[in-house]
Design a protein around this ligand. Structure first.
Ligand code: PLP
Length: 471
């Protein structure tokens, strides 16, 4: 360290001196934060400045004690500013991607939110039977609904579908072999691989067939006395095209029955609503899958179902009972908020009101005219503001997202927004950093907004985000 650094370092005030500064007291009262926490943050900022001095990043002869104090308080103010904003905050999704995994997948229905609210703010019958006054089971809260909706003999719910895959493999196949087609050894979301989860569960993976073709005989020929399970993985997040052949789970059911080996399908998105009926994709419903005789089926609660994060497992009672009794059932169990939200979501289906009530379904099936209306409403509001932005409407497509129905394109209309001065990535960044961040697509000069995933009552906030850039 040279003389200049030493000199600057000697100006660095001690924490107790800085705490006397009026700015410290002001921050403490405006934030309503404890003195201890604020002192720790202050210490952190002093450390950063000291580090900068030692590393020659903050060294010039004229740097006074006063300037260092100002620097430290500027940093402390930035820190407290970011504390005011929650880390997990709501955003407006103007990408048109309905199940955006990074943006939290499914939005819940009003009914589900009300139910979560009510259960969160009081005690509940989570594991209590009001009739007997004794202990109840949380498994019972949604099982009857799931049975009714899917036609399955039994059902249970765990933390997410990855957890469902894990508990099924562990409880049914640990120590044995699981036959899976090579074409289905998928990776989901960059961190969940069927082959890895298999290793974790201590079941031995037996890969059969090739990447593009697997025949029924590939399964049959690999059955040994150690075979514990046939597993099918629904290709929800990719599509093999061209010269391909895949064994329908239905054909495999026959083989499974003959050999007495259970069959499990990881359905991934798993829908109770028939999107094909609305000419969207060709996703089989859970009910159809159950009917085909598959022993165990699992799927996510927050993909096409449109509920809270969870993993739903339905199937034959003997297997579900085994899962419920396994130690992992406790490890992977869901909390009361999930169950409250899931029960309310399932009730929308039972009442036949899923198309109106469940945002995921409503948004996926919304017509392009519905989206156009919202787009026009937005443009009108922008014009009234008289901003320097220009908007034009264009036909485009929305995606379902969440690794679901990857090849499906839903007709939509988007609004391209340009500015005379700002380029599109600047605009996108400013929108992201607005109080309520607005997430958009960027293409060339324009930012693109697809109002399929924006609620009517969010339009003003989007307009606000744009016009704030010109203040
Ligand atoms: C999404 C998906 C999973 C993981 O589900 P989570 O609910 O995100 O844990 C597992 N398998 C398949 C086929 C999927 O599509």
């Amino acid at each position: 360290m040279g003389g200049v650094e030493m000199k600057v370092l000697s100006h660095l005030p001690a924490v107790h001196a800085l705490k006397e500064d009026v700015r410290f007291a002001e921050l403490k009262t405006t934030l309503c934060i404890s003195e201890q926490v604020l002192t720790e943050w202050l210490n952190d900022q002093i450390d950063v400045i000291r580090y900068k001095i030692i590393n020659n990043e903050l060294t010039h002869e004229g740097l006074t004690r006063e300037m260092l104090i100002n620097l430290i308080f500027e940093r402390l103010e930035e820190k407290t500013e970011s504390f005011k904003q929650d880390n997990l905050q709501r955003v407006i999704n103007a990408t048109g991607v309905v199940l955006h995994t990074n943006l939290g997948r499914a939005r819940l229905s009003g009914r589900a939110i009300e139910q979560i609210n009510s259960i969160a703010s009081s005690y509940s019958t989570l594991e209590y039977d009001v009739e007997t006054g004794g202990r109840g089971s949380r498994h019972d809260l949604v099982e009857a609904y799931l049975k009714q909706l899917t036609g399955a003999e039994a059902a249970m719910v765990v933390n997410n579908n990855a957890a469902a895959v894990y508990i099924v493999l562990k409880a049914i196949a640990a120590g044995g072999e699981v036959i899976v087609s090579r074409g289905e050894l998928v990776e989901i979301g960059g961190s969940f691989r069927i082959s890895e989860i298999m290793r974790e569960s201590q079941a031995e993976l037996v890969e059969v067939g090739t990447t593009n073709k697997t025949h029924v005989n590939d399964y049959v020929n690999h059955v040994t006395e150690d075979t514990a399970l046939f597993m099918k993985v629904h290709k929800s997040n990719f599509k093999v095209i061209g010269f391909t052949e895949e064994v329908d789970t239905e054909d495999l059911v026959t083989v499974a029955k003959e050999s007495g080996i259970p069959i499990y399908e990881d359905l991934g998105s798993g829908t109770l609503f028939d999107f094909e009926m609305k000419k969207i994709g060709a996703e089989p419903t859970v009910q159809e899958k159950v009917k085909s005789g598959i022993d165990i089926i699992s799927f996510s609660g927050d993909k096409l179902l449109g509920g809270p994060q969870s993993g739903v497992i339905v199937g034959k009672k003997t297997f579900i009972d085994k899962l419920k009794k396994h130690q992992l059932a406790r490890v992977l169990r869901v909390d009361k908020f999930t169950l409250a939200g899931l029960e309310a979501t399932l009730k929308s289906y039972l009442k036949g009101e899923e198309q109106e009530e469940i945002p995921t379904i409503r948004d996926i099936i919304a017509s392009k005219e519905t989206v156009l209306n919202k787009a026009n409403e937005f443009i009108k509001k922008m014009e009234l503001r008289g901003t320097g932005f220009n908007c034009d409407v264009e036909a485009d497509v929305s995606k379902v997202g969440g690794g679901t129905m990857p090849e499906v394109e839903i007709d939509t209309y988007v609004v391209n927004v340009y500015h005379t001065v700002y380029n599109s990535s600047d605009i996108a960044e400013k929108l992201r950093l607005f109080e309520v961040p607005v997430i958009v697509r960027v293409k060339n000069e324009a930012v693109i907004l697809d109002f399929r995933t924006v609620e009517d009552d969010e339009l003003d906030s989007v307009v606000e985000a744009f016009s704030s850039m010109e203040d």
